[in-house]
Design a protein around this ligand. Structure first.
Ligand code: BGC
Length: 505
């Protein structure tokens, strides 16, 4: 019995969370983050390939477009996907390498996807089970010929997106029944038009933001309709990045009210939540009543961010009646404090005034599922499964989504490794998966129509502006030799899938 099997050896006890029989387990990836298409960087086919040439934009300067050479390693990666035993796999088509100009679709690239799809469906190999595909049409990256004409701000981009969708349907429509039109329109807009850290690199360009929002929505609508025209039974949704937003004062009050008697939470009681979480204007020991009253102001940034980031695009898709399921990508909680100081005093605007300041979680706050005080991944993101529960169990989510099927299309843990310590014995990732599934299990018990979970990511990959250092994968990649090595979490997840259950403790 290997150590992972041991973890599952006493399944019948009450510490086991069973998942429904048809629950779909999967992993997710995105084209630009893994493929390493030989032409993309060399010919600057995409906005991201252009972006990589601005060394100040990608840290460390480790973006040469090779990613993890998935195209070269296709057979090996397919074998690892099959061996994992998950019933589903989410990948994205690379719009930029496929659609190289108006009416110009690149045959060789399409052939790669044909091989990928046939491999997943195990068409040539009856010893393997076919894998259900969730195909994303765009995962951030735009063809540069469209980006150069204004990207999503230009209404033509949505039309070209629809042309591209129809080409994919003609070629692969028979094999793919689940489609994710757009990955995280909110992240694309926030990083591209508000903070400017991603292409097209605009800062606080709210007009551009709104135009691009409209373009993305039209693109989604056209693609949705094309897929439904191809086959009305196919399922079409989009993936929304969702944070649990909380006001600082609410977090502080909750930390104060928590029962700290259990587990690790009990040590160091003297550092109160108020001391740890509140800034200079609040005094330690300030009455709870006063704290609650003050929380109203901190709620302003939280409410605005919740609306803009979490809810708006979902509402828009529901208004136009173009959503068969929602994909939720969840990573962390963000805590805000009201601030009247615009982030850029030289260029103040109303929204920035209301945007708030990002704060750390109160040091005493105990997560309901991990039972520990705040912990962070290598990107500084708090590990907070309780936030996943609270987003999905919120009144607003229930009101919007009702009984619509939901999939977790991304959820993952990032680690930065030191040369002498490879990210292979990744117990932190095992714990991350376990605690988030615990949160999801609770949501399902309370009625959420959750149909599946896709861990992000199958394999270490290119983490956008942060380069190659953050590793999210179940499979390790050596960045010099591109050797693949499954991590402990890969075997853990594989066993979990077999058992269709999570063993706690
Ligand atoms: C994106 C992924 C990214 C992950 C981790 C998500 O927002 O869809 O492409 O790698 O977060 O940052």
């Amino acid at each position: 019995m290997n150590p992972v099997q041991k973890l599952f050896s006493c399944f019948s006890d009450s510490n086991t969370l069973k998942f429904p029989k048809n629950f779909l387990w999967g992993t997710a990836t995105a084209a630009f983050q893994i493929e390493g298409h030989p032409d993309e960087y060399a010919q600057k086919l995409s906005d991201w390939a252009q972006w990589l040439d601005k060394p100040e934009k990608v840290l460390p300067s480790n973006g040469n477009g090779d990613a993890v050479k998935h195209i070269e390693h296709l057979e090996e990666d397919l074998a690892l996907i099959h061996d994992l035993g998950a019933g589903a796999y989410r990948f994205s088509f690379n719009w930029a390498t496929i659609h190289r100009g108006q009416d110009e679709f690149h045959e060789e690239t399409l052939l790669f996807y044909k091989n990928l799809i046939e491999g997943l469906k195990a068409k040539e190999d009856s010893s393997k089970k076919p894998i259900r595909i969730f195909a994303t049409l765009i995962h951030f990256v735009l063809p540069s010929w469209l980006a150069d004409q204004g990207g999503w701000q230009n209404p033509n981009t949505a039309c070209e997106f629809n042309n591209y969708t129809n080409v994919l349907l003609d070629l692969f429509g028979e094999d793919i029944e689940d489609w994710i039109t757009i990955n995280e329109p909110n992240i694309f807009l926030g990083f591209g038009y508000e903070s400017g850290i991603w292409p097209p690199g605009k800062t606080k360009d709210w007009t551009g933001y709104l135009r691009a929002y409209q373009g993305l929505l039209t693109g989604h609508e056209l693609a949705y309709k094309s897929i439904k025209a191809f086959n009305p039974n196919y399922r079409v949704g989009f993936s929304q990045n969702m944070y649990f937003f909380q006001s600082l004062q609410e977090a502080v009050v909750e930390a104060l009210n928590q029962d700290k008697s259990s587990d690790q939470a009990s040590d160091n009681q003297s550092s109160s939540a108020v001391e740890a979480g509140a800034s200079d204007s609040e005094k330690p020991g300030e009455s709870q009543e006063k704290l609650v009253r003050r929380s109203d102001l901190d709620k302003i940034p939280t409410v605005i961010r919740n609306q803009l980031h979490n809810w708006s695009f979902i509402e828009s898709c529901l208004e136009i009646d173009c959503l068969d399921f929602l994909g939720v990508n969840y990573y962390t909680r963000f805590i805000y404090k009201f601030s009247t100081i615009a982030r850029d005093p030289a260029n103040p605007d109303l929204l920035s005034d209301l945007w708030g300041n990002l704060e750390k979680a109160p040091a005493d706050y105990v997560d309901a599922f991990t039972k520990t005080k705040p912990k962070y991944n290598s990107l500084g993101w708090e590990i907070f499964p309780e936030g996943l529960y609270r987003v999905l169990a919120s009144h607003k989510f229930k009101q919007l989504i009702g009984d619509l099927p939901v999939y977790i299309t991304e959820n993952g843990y990032s680690h930065i490794e030191k040369e002498d310590k490879l990210d292979l014995e990744d117990d932190y990732r095992v714990d991350f998966i376990k605690s988030h599934l615990q949160a999801l299990h609770k949501c399902m018990n309370e009625g959420l129509n959750l149909q599946g979970y896709f861990y992000w990511s199958l394999i270490d990959n290119f983490e956008w502006a942060l380069g190659m250092d953050p590793r999210f994968g179940l499979i390790h990649v050596d960045q010099k030799t591109y050797k693949r090595t499954p991590k402990k979490s890969y075997y853990y997840y594989s066993e979990l899938i077999k058992q269709n259950a999570v063993k706690l403790g």
